[in-house]
Design a protein around this ligand. Structure first.
Ligand code: HEC
Length: 237
């Protein structure tokens, strides 16, 4: 009687193992590369939100419920979806099909093999305490272009990046940095932003950050909105 039970259990265990390995066909290393398409908007660090919510702890989470993310669409918040292999595969194939009206501006990954790889990677990297997530930039050695997608920390700035003064005349901003350099920008090419997170600048020490490819655009990032107009003097000559 006992022997029969033991055999039955062994067969059952084999069945479970084989069905698991066939479900986990995707290759996580390749999937990490596919994640490059997501990394500009999604971090794998807990509560590090960018354009999109952090994906840390994603498995079995109900869609639209990460407490620290304040920009969910009402479409995603009211979607009755729990994230798992099946729902994520559908979402990554065509987000608008799964939750019409959601605000993830991403067309989807149409190649089933790439999706399987991506899911194999995500399943590991979104686990609490995952090594991969802690590395930050998952691609390592690619200059953070593909993976990570993390905004640089602006707490410690070189004098050449720390804004001392901004003047405005006619259509031009002149930004003076702490090393004494001045930079002139056409007003439509300078963006004034804030970052209140732990990666944002210190109070009253806004950061000048190059933007775009041509060298004619930049962002000035302040610690809070109240600093913006206080920092800018209208002054000609
Ligand atoms: C251009 C930015 C952008 C890209 C690229 C992007 N996402 Fe998103 N993602 C978002 C935004 C914004 C939301 C929230 C959408 C909403 O609330 O309607 C979101 C939501 C999600 C959610 C739901 C999370 C939750 O908390 O319910 C998942 C899962 C997700 N994205 C996965 C991915 C994956 C995987 C990729 C790459 C294949 C990807 N995203 C690419 C911006 C992006």
């Amino acid at each position: 009687m006992y022997a029969i039970h033991a055999t039955a259990l062994a067969i059952l265990a084999c069945l479970v193992i084989t069905s698991q390995s066939s479900a986990a066909e995707g290759n996580p290393a390749r999937g990490q590369r596919v994640f490059g398409a997501c990394a500009a908007c999604h971090s794998l660090q807990p509560d590090q939100n960018m354009t999109g919510p952090s994906l840390a702890g994603l498995w079995d989470r109900k869609a639209g419920t990460l407490e620290s993310f304040s920009r969910y669409s009402s479409a995603l918040k009211s979607a009755n979806v729990v994230w798992n292999e099946k729902t994520l595969d559908d979402w990554i194939t065509d987000p608008q099909q799964v939750v019409p009206g959601n605000q993830m501006t991403f067309p989807g990954v149409k190649d089933a093999k790439q999706r399987a790889d991506l899911l194999a990677f995500l399943k590991q990297a979104t686990q609490p305490g995952s090594q991969i997530a802690q590395q930050g930039a998952p691609m390592g050695g690619m200059g953070g272009m593909m993976g990570g997608g993390q905004a640089p920390n602006l707490k410690k700035l070189d004098a050449s990046d720390r804004v001392q003064e901004i003047t405005y005349c006619k259509d031009t901003y002149v930004v003076t940095t702490a090393n004494g350099d001045t930079h002139k920008f056409w007003e439509r090419n300078l963006r004034l932003k804030t970052d209140a997170s732990s990666d944002g600048p210190e109070k009253n020490a806004p950061a000048l950050v190059a933007a775009g490819m041509m060298g004619d655009r930049a962002d000035v990032i302040f610690a809070e909105p109240g600093e913006i107009s206080a920092f800018i003097t209208v002054k000609c000559g």
